[in-house]
Design a protein around this ligand. Structure first.
Ligand SMILES: *Cc1c(COP(=O)(O)O)cnc(C)c1O
Length: 443
């Protein structure tokens, strides 16, 4: 007889409390932070840890310049502002991503225009970009989602044809590769996040890269109140020449990031090994689809996405969403750390439905007639919607967790799928199936 499921009162396959948090913090990180505390600087435009981090990250990605920032969102906003994208402009962005990929466009005073995602990769569908282009379009923001690079060849072709900039949102894909080249090398600029959940993490922070000296210069001014540093004296001139922000980093997170960066590749390889193993183990289970990774891509698995298909296992009385919710609950009770992050296409969020904008003024949409006419409808993004009904994100593949966690995850899937009726019985149970924030050292 099959083992009793944990959701029916049986023994869980694993104790979720044994799954250890990310990022891995050890003696090297402690030394890096102490180095700052024992030194002279905590912040500043020429403070040594931030400067060293910028050099190391530029070298790692393969670009000329890097600016360390206070967040990935700040880096994205700086990228658009450095390109002089502003009121009256439009920027194309995928309908399924984290909000900041789109809100950075509003921060710049421009209008986000959404394109649906590819059903298999979940990244922006290049075939759907062209129909979104107007005479106001200035840029495309491809997002390398869940650690998987967007389809850059075709995106760059469209951008070239229509003379558009590319700003890569690489906030989830540190070290991912497309045709052997690291993400962050493809756009005029590219932004990375250092949020504690990301593959390279320090708590909160960001990194902006480019090869263009003028963009680097402008972004540097935008990062610091629009102000400049005098070439000769190396002092701030306290004469803002453009509208800037306060997006600088600090020495403590910069030093911690440097210590983490030394292990980024090693940590990514562990994630890949773990995720590949689970995909292999889940192959034989009908009704669950594992991540698709095109052969030209190296995915670094920020998250591992599975989709549920009740119709493949003859479950007809539950719709895909109900079946997914039941599966999440049953797997969660077995100890698997999972749950949805985005629950709807970004354009369905209230911000885009109400278009209240800055201080409820209706700007930037109000700035142009086209902006005022813009309507955001979830049904225009069927692939993003369909994904949201069927997916869950499984987490915990990061080190220091080892293969023993992945083996238990595989066991939990097999166990739950051997008793599909449990999903019928329990999909409405009052169980909140979600991974803990503390798994990413966030509270
Ligand atoms: C995390 C993330 C961001 C924002 O990064 P923060 O450092 O949190 O500001 C932007 N885009 C995507 C796709 C992200 O996952």
């Amino acid at each position: 007889m099959a083992a009793k499921l944990a959701i029916d009162g049986g023994k869980p396959v694993l104790d979720a409390k044994t799954i250890r948090p990310w990022p891995v913090l050890d003696e090297r990180d402690r030394q890096a932070v102490l180095r700052v505390l024992d030194g002279q600087f905590l912040c500043g435009g020429e403070a040594p840890e931030a400067l060293a981090l910028e050099q190391e990250w530029a070298r790692y990605v393969g670009r000329k310049y890097c600016l360390a920032t206070s967040s990935g969102t700040a880096a994205l906003h700086m990228a658009l502002a450095a390109l002089n994208i502003g009121p009256g402009d439009e920027v194309i962005v995928p309908a399924y991503t984290f909000l900041a990929s789109a809100s950075c466009i509003l921060h710049a005073g421009a209008i986000p225009v959404f394109a649906d995602i590819d059903r298999r990769t979940y990244t922006i569908d290049p075939a759907l970009i062209e129909e979104k282009i107007s005479e106001r379009t200035r840029a495309i923001i491809p997002v390398h989602l869940h650690g998987l690079p967007a389809e850059m060849d075709r995106i760059m072709e469209v951008a070239k044809k229509h003379d558009l900039y590319i700003v890569e949102d690489a906030c989830q894909a540190h070290g991912a590769e497309y045709r052997g080249r690291k993400v962050g090398q493809f756009g005029e600029l590219a932004a990375f996040s250092l949020n504690s959940s990301k593959n390279l993490a320090c708590g909160e922070g960001g990194l902006l890269v480019t090869d263009a000296e003028d963009l680097h210069m402008r972004a540097g001014m935008l990062r610091m109140f629009g102000d400049e540093i005098d070439d000769e004296t190396r002092l701030r001139v306290y004469n803002a020449s453009i509208l800037g922000y306060m997006y600088r980093t600090q020495e403590l997170p910069a030093a911690l990031t440097r210590a983490q960066l030394e292990r980024l590749d090693e940590h990514n390889e562990i994630r890949i090994r773990h995720c590949d193993y689970l995909s292999e183990q889940l192959k034989g289970i009908a009704g669950v689809h594992t991540p698709y990774v095109p052969q030209e891509c190296k995915c670094v698995y920020w998250m591992y996405i599975v989709e549920f298909y009740p119709e493949e296992v003859g479950v007809e009385d539950l719709n895909p969403e109900q079946f997914r919710i039941g599966m999440e609950k049953a797997l969660f009770m077995e100890g698997v750390q999972l749950g949805q992050w985005q629950t709807m296409p970004v354009p369905e969020q209230d911000l885009f439905q109400t278009k209240m904008g800055f201080s409820a003024s209706g700007y930037p949409w109000k700035f142009t007639e086209e902006g005022q006419r813009m309507v955001y409808r979830g049904e225009d993004y069927p692939n993003a919607r369909e994904l949201c009904r069927r997916y869950t994100a499984v987490v915990g593949f990061h080190p220091p967790n080892g293969m023993e966690v992945v083996e238990r995850y595989a066991e939990a899937f097999h166990k739950v799928f051997s008793d599909l009726d449990a999903v019928r019985r329990h999909w409405q149970d009052p169980v909140t199936a979600h991974y803990r924030g503390s798994l990413f050292r966030a509270k």
